[in-house]
Design a protein around this ligand. Structure first.
Ligand code: ZN
Length: 110
């Protein structure tokens, strides 16, 4: 795997931290957490976070998600509840928020 400087495009060794040509720091793809899939958030949940997760993912108002869920449950003899349980089972829970870890180290080890 070749690493290329994002500034000047110079090919660098895999373990390079700085570009040998222009000195620009080399950023290795950092694990940045971006919500791109359905998860059950830990904040704002009432039962299991299903409605909140759907609302977050689709930018809906969580109140309406809950209203629709309840109405669907009442008027479809429980289908809304079944859907809720299915979502509960298949939607992963949001990972626990950990404090940011500083991984930067001086290139000369000091
Ligand atoms: Zn460079």
């Amino acid at each position: 795997m070749a690493v290329f400087c994002s500034n000047c495009g110079k090919s660098l060794t895999d373990d390079a931290r700085f570009c040998s040509a222009c000195g620009r720091p080399i950023y290795v793809a950092a694990p940045v957490y971006v919500q791109t899939r359905l998860i059950r958030p830990r904040e704002g949940r009432m039962i299991a976070g299903v409605c909140q997760g759907l609302a977050n993912n689709y930018h809906w108002d969580v109140v309406w998600v809950r209203v629709v869920t309840v109405l669907a449950t009442v008027f479809s003899s429980g289908a809304g509840l079944i859907a809720y349980i299915v979502f509960w089972l298949v939607m992963p829970e949001e990972p626990l928020a950990l404090p940011p870890v500083t991984t930067y180290t001086q290139p000369n080890g000091s």
